[in-house]
Design a protein around this ligand. Structure first.
Ligand code: PHE
Length: 347
């Protein structure tokens, strides 16, 4: 077989092989096979010496030409592969500006927090200031100072979580059962006139049901000044009810009893679910109580150094969850603290 034929065969094989090359590694394998020291082309070049002068000239030219062509083909392929690689990374990182934006997850306020803030706003608009007090409270502020001494039956109305401080009997600690201790804390340190509200969490060892939880949010209201009457109390709370529920909602006041007020009242709103007919949520009453209130007991005013012949006051304690239930039509208070996102996302 002549050298020229061999060279033609090498050329054809090399061309086919190169067409299959898809990356740099394959290209290197191809180069070694086609132009490496042990390649057929190199042995052909080495064998030229054995040929006669005429034949050697012709075959030499052909072999060298092939070598140049293969070098060139190698360079071209290398460039093509490089360009393909760049294009690929560019396409992968390309941004499609016409794609619609993905929605960002959006946080929001808990329905009880929203209601709490609206309540605060309603009182701030009427000239009240916001104060806060401790959730872990001394028994004295939660009970004694509010005319609820130890062993008094009124204590049984509030099943209390005590904090165990074994052996230490002087100052019992408890989780406050209402926000009323802040009335005492404030009056101890401030002279009249007083106009404060105190929002916060309160705790009672309650069996839970659709309208009771062992932790609820209250907002305490206290106003003390010369000449305040039950009419001021009603006017202030009507204004709150109007702001929160609109003018159409019915409001009911009834006599109630709390040791620290005289007289005492409670305020209820007609049930949002049954419209007053009576259902599971309002316990067949048609009304949902949202707050206790009354005129501050003169004995408490006197204990705080306020002259009860000059000053009178009114106080109220609002149940924020109950109010949120009425506003949003939530039929079970326990939904608020189960942290079920399907519930919370609705507000
Ligand atoms: N602290 C009372 C309660 O939680 C409510 C209340 C507050 C009643 C202020 C009268 C005056 O039951």
């Amino acid at each position: 077989m002549s050298v020229l034929t061999t060279i033609e065969e090498i050329r054809a094989k090399a061309r086919d092989g190169l067409a299959e090359v898809r990356n740099d590694a394959e290209l290197e394998t191809w180069r070694v096979a086609v132009m490496g020291r042990k390649s057929p082309l190199m042995s052909a070049l080495r064998s030229l010496g054995k040929l006669g002068p005429e034949e050697r000239k012709e075959a030499g030219r052909a072999a060298n030409l092939l070598k140049t062509q293969l070098d060139q083909a190698l360079e071209e392929k290398r460039e093509t592969l490089g360009r393909a690689r760049i294009e690929e990374t560019e396409t992968a990182g390309r941004i499609d500006v016409t794609l619609p934006a993905r929605p960002l997850p959006e946080g929001r306020l808990h329905p009880v927090t929203q209601t709490q803030r609206d309540i605060v706003d309603a009182f701030v608009a009427q000239g009240f200031s916001v104060i806060e007090g401790p959730e872990v409270e001394l028994e004295y502020y939660n009970f004694e100072a509010l005319r609820i001494p130890a062993d008094h039956p009124a204590r049984e109305l509030m099943d209390t979580f005590y904090i165990d401080r074994s052996g230490d009997t002087d100052s019992k600690l408890l989780l406050r059962t209402h926000t009323s201790p802040n009335q005492i804390r404030f009056m101890e340190n401030n002279d009249p006139p007083v106009r404060i509200i105190c929002p916060g969490r309160t705790y009672r060892n309650e069996a839970t049901d659709p309208s009771h939880e062992w932790m609820i949010t209250q907002t305490e209201v206290l106003a003390v000044d010369e000449g305040l009457t039950l009419a001021h109390l009603k006017g202030t709370l009507f204004e709150l009810a109007k702001r929160l529920f609109g003018r159409d909602r019915k409001v009911r006041f009834r006599c109630d009893f709390f040791r620290f007020v005289e007289p005492g009242v409670d305020m209820a709103i007609d049930c949002f679910l049954c419209g007053g007919k009576g259902c599971r949520t309002c316990k067949k009453e048609g009304w949902i109580e949202i707050l206790g209130a009354g005129m501050v007991h003169p004995e408490i005013l006197a204990n705080m150094g306020y002259d009860p012949d000059i000053y009178t006051g009114f106080a109220a304690g609002l149940g924020v969850e109950r109010i949120a239930m009425l506003r949003y039509g939530v039929d079970d208070i326990r939904h608020f603290y189960e942290n079920d996102l399907r519930f919370l996302r609705q507000f």
